[in-house]
Design a protein around this ligand. Structure first.
Ligand code: ATP
Length: 233
């Protein structure tokens, strides 16, 4: 993260947001909670069953999992779009070129003329690519802010979040929330995608319909409590 900050990929605010995430990671013993495995399967089912899946990329995601997020996009396949809260063209370009160095063919979000707005978002993140998030039916939003997660839902999109805080607005408003550290969640998403690729559309849609995000967030809280109850100094 520090290297990402020094090379202009991560914003100052991104460092603080990372610390918020790490605080929750300690409450799970820095391991993948059981509840997140179910969410990962539902997320993969959504991605593989989508018409136009898009993965939204911010500075933290690019700094932490540049190679695995590109591999995930290629294996679904899904479009990659840079979308920043603290936006600057220079940072967008640096993130896009980092993704390209890690194997991405195309990265959307930089072409000013293809932009459209998502209603209900006050930050610069409201501006999206009309051929990317604008046209997506399923959007994976790792490390997102609550406003945009809610606005994407209101815009009729299915939202997959990766967020270590099971109580955040993002976690609560997504269709599927993977409560895990992005550095563990993305390699796992990739592994499960490769495994679930042969499944039929009807099987994928049954996995999505059987998943209840509210209930699973409750399980994530239970996982946290369970870990803390078993901890002895
Ligand atoms: P919200 O607006 O959703 O209520 P917030 O104000 O904390 O939450 P942001 O700071 O924009 O929103 O979001 C960052 C989120 O990302 C936080 O919930 C934090 O727990 C989470 N986070 C930070 N680092 C990681 C990480 N490495 N892996 C997973 N989640 C992370």
């Amino acid at each position: 993260m520090v290297r990402g900050f020094q090379s202009g990929i991560v914003a100052q605010q991104g460092l603080i947001a990372h610390g918020r995430g790490e605080a929750f990671d300690y409450l799970f013993g820095e391991t993948t909670p059981k509840s997140s495995r179910l969410a990962t399967k539902a997320a993969v089912a959504l991605l593989l069953g989508a018409r136009n899946p898009v993965i939204s990329i911010n500075g933290n995601t690019a700094a932490l999992v540049p190679q695995d997020i590109v591999k995930l996009a290629r294996s679904v396949p899904a479009v990659l779009e840079v979308n920043l809260f603290h936006r600057s063209l220079a940072r967008e370009r640096r993130i896009a070129s980092l993704l390209k160095r890690n194997g991405a063919d195309q990265v959307l979000g930089l072409e000013a003329k293809a932009r459209m707005r998502i209603r209900g978002v006050a930050s610069p993140r409201r501006s999206v690519d009309a051929h990317g998030i604008g046209n997506a039916d399923v959007v994976l939003i790792p490390l997102e802010d609550g406003d945009r997660a809610e606005a994407l839902r209101k815009a009729g999109k299915a939202v997959i979040a990766i967020d270590l805080n099971p109580m955040s607005r993002t976690s609560r408003s997504a269709n599927v929330t993977i409560v895990d550290n992005i550095i563990r969640a993305v390699p796992e998403l990739l592994r499960i995608t490769l495994r679930m690729k042969p499944l039929s559309k009807s099987r994928l849609s049954a996995i999505v319909s059987n998943f209840d995000n509210g209930k699973n967030l409750g399980k994530a809280m239970q996982d946290m409590i369970h870990y803390m109850q078993g901890w002895e100094a």
